[in-house]
Design a protein around this ligand. Structure first.
Ligand SMILES: [Zn+2]
Length: 654
């Protein structure tokens, strides 16, 4: 950051200038990315043929292996190894840059500095990861390096220096950036006990590194990773100012990488909104950076050539596009795959993107609701409720928007409220807080936090909660915060009572005055607190009553009404986007109706989706139908009807 600018200019202007300084091709162009993750044996592949295939796909960017574990170019740097399969005098990466650039394709060079060969370990053991017993971590003959060691912190400068001087690469991507907690087979590695880590950890925490990962060590690793990222960002930007730094971090990068993937070891349910979640979060946490959500086409590492369903591939790519990123498809090896289904499925989406690429430049979220919070079940439950109820929302990991002038009508906090939101609510903002952790402002007198409880909430006020008109009770299963009684409570606790045998059910049931919801004014704002884990319960059970409670509170807090009203099916995801420097608004529709548990089938066609969007627009046009849609003004809203929806569409409003 240039501090001189900060002194002279208001924060928002300085932030925009800083962003402008680094806004490269990744922010300006409609990127369609193919990643062909190469083996060392692929060093003989035909770069011209691959570039032709990528161009014809049609993609305009390729993420292609460059160096690190295996260099696909004749590196001269000691302890950096060219592929043993690279033909004498050959330079696969150089050929790829030439063939790709000749066809207008951007090249992102992939590095993986997390492992290297035994000879490097023998010459520089201090560069490497150490288990608690002092042994190195070896996987398929490769030795794991340490993010705090000299390989990452010093030798990387030499490796990347050579790479950046030799090749006009458009960005560098780093895989496995940081010390992983486990190897590819899922065996835990434990914390690193190398000399560098031990010294740094002692200096910071005045104690030895723990035997297993804990919260303190996790933070130490995060800080260590960020420190190394800062060094590498500086190196790249110093050598080639127009080259981007991409990895799985929001800080110090130009492109924020993420993945939509599956794993046979991951507990179900599957998270069908992974691409929406990743891209929404990246684009709204760091608005000057691009998100690249890699659609991992295979099912898991041991089966890199067996593909997930076609409709799953397409839904991930559409979700990415609906939230402001381009489609990005990952595969192992070049495009000639053993199982062609993922490539075939993605090709249709890439073809759509190219036909309509004008829609995908400079996209930004226009949502008026913000969802904050980590990716736990509580968050995912709220994410689903907002999506299924068609409340357009942004996701952010930070509160930078408080300073950059962006406005939200409502903030939803699924599992804890950041203290920094106090000024926002006091100044007229609206907050929906969920979960047993008490908000740090606006509430007082919490009696205690009660452990896991299997009871109910009694519904008293059906006028505030019209969605609950068919029920008098809500399920409670989990912790809650006990609050003192309030006049006219909306919900009150029914503590656990007998539930079996049927003859004894509720025979000993009592009613209490313990409130299950607090709605209060705070400053000139308003907040509602549901002091139990409504999001986690919805994620697990999908009860209508839990979604209805949240939706009614959203409506209560949005005093000016919702941004968007629709009759769309809950499994049609709708996002509202704008484009930088243009006045039009884009409404994306992603049809997820073909998804059930781990299965993805073709979505069912939806008909006559009515939408009323806040704002005055003269015209609407469906990109999929290639047709104008009649618009009508309805007070503060403009209404249109989408007559038919297949898998995806964008309606452009002007
Ligand atoms: Zn270490």
């Amino acid at each position: 950051m240039n501090t001189r600018k900060l002194i002279l200019l208001p924060l928002a202007v300085a932030a925009a200038m800083e962003a402008g300084d680094r806004a490269g091709w990744w922010m300006e162009e409609p990127v369609r990315l193919i990643q062909t993750n190469l083996r060392e044996t692929d060093s003989t592949l035909d770069a011209r043929r691959l570039a032709e295939q990528v161009a014809a796909f049609p993609a305009n960017a390729i993420l292609f292996n460059m160096g690190g574990i295996v260099a696909h170019y004749p590196t001269k740097v000691p302890y950096h190894y060219a592929s043993a399969y690279l033909p004498a005098g050959g330079d696969l990466f150089g050929d790829m840059v030439k063939e790709a650039h000749g066809r207008g394709i951007r090249v992102i060079g992939r590095f993986d500095l997390s492992k290297t060969q035994k000879a490097a370990y023998e010459a520089h053991p201090e560069w490497f990861f150490r288990r608690a017993n002092g042994e190195p971590a070896i996987y398929n003959g490769l030795y794991a390096t340490c993010i705090n060691g000299g390989y990452y912190r010093e030798h990387a400068k030499v490796i990347l220096g050579e790479a950046l001087e030799r090749y006009e690469v458009d960005a560098l991507f780093f895989n496995m950036f940081g010390n992983p907690g486990e190897d590819y087979s899922g065996n835990p590695l434990g914390p690193c006990h190398c000399e560098s880590c031990r010294k740094l950890y002692r200096a910071r925490h005045q104690k030895e590194i723990p035997a297993a990962w804990d919260e303190e060590y996790r933070r130490f690793m995060e800080e260590s990773t960020l420190k190394t990222a800062e060094l590498i960002a500086g190196l790249i930007h110093g050598k080639r100012p127009r080259t981007g730094f991409f990895t799985y971090l929001q800080q110090h990068t130009d492109g924020i990488m993420s993945e939509s993937n599956t794993s046979v070891r991951r507990p179900l349910p599957l998270w069908p909104y992974s691409a929406s979640d990743n891209v929404n979060r990246a684009r709204n946490s760091e608005r000057s950076k691009m998100a690249f959500n890699l659609c991992i086409s295979f099912v898991d590492f041991p089966w890199r050539f067996a593909m997930v369903p076609r409709a799953e591939i397409r839904s991930r790519l559409y979700q990415s596009m609906a939230h402001g990123a381009g489609p990005a498809l990952n595969m192992h090896g070049p495009l000639d795959q053993e199982d062609r289904s993922a490539v075939e499925a993605a090709r249709e989406v890439f073809q759509w993107h190219k036909r309509h690429e004008d829609l995908y430049t400079g996209q930004e979220s226009a949502a008026r609701v913000l969802l904050v919070g980590s990716r736990r079940n509580s968050y995912r439950g709220l994410f689903r409720i907002l999506t299924e109820r068609h409340v357009p929302f942004a996701v952010a990991d930070n509160l930078k928007w408080l300073e950059d002038g962006r406005k939200f009508d409502l903030v939803v906090a699924p599992d804890g409220v950041p203290e920094a939101l106090e000024g926002y609510v006091r100044g007229g903002g609206r907050l929906l807080a969920c979960g047993p952790a008490a908000p740090p402002f606006g509430v007082s007198g919490v009696v205690t936090r009660r452990p896991h409880t299997q009871g109910y909430w009694r519904v008293h006020d059906h006028s505030l909660l019209p969605s609950l008109k068919s029920t008098n009770v809500l399920m409670l299963d989990g912790e809650y915060s006990e609050l003192p009684a309030v006049p006219k409570p909306v919900l009150t606790l029914i503590p656990p009572a007998m539930f079996g045998p049927p003859e004894k059910v509720w025979v000993n049931k009592v009613e209490t005055e313990t409130p299950g919801l607090l709605v209060t004014e705070f400053g000139t704002g308003r907040m509602a607190w549901i002091p139990w884990d409504v999001g986690g319960l919805y994620y697990r059970h999908s009860l209508e009553a839990h979604a209805g409670l949240v939706a009614d509170l959203v409506d209560h807090l949005l005093v000016e009404g919702r941004q968007l009203l629709t009759n769309a099916h809950p499994l049609v995801e709708i996002t509202v986007m704008r484009q930088r420097g243009r006045t039009r608004t884009l409404v994306h529709f992603v049809n997820l109706s073909g998804h059930s548990q781990t299965a993805y089938f073709e979505p069912l066609e939806m008909r006559d989706i009515r939408v009323s969007l806040k704002g005055a627009y003269r015209a609407a046009r469906s990109a999929a139908l290639g047709a104008s849609l009649p618009v009508t003004a309805e007070g503060a809203y403009t209404a249109f009807t989408l007559p038919a929806l297949g898998g995806y569409d964008v309606v452009v409003l002007e």
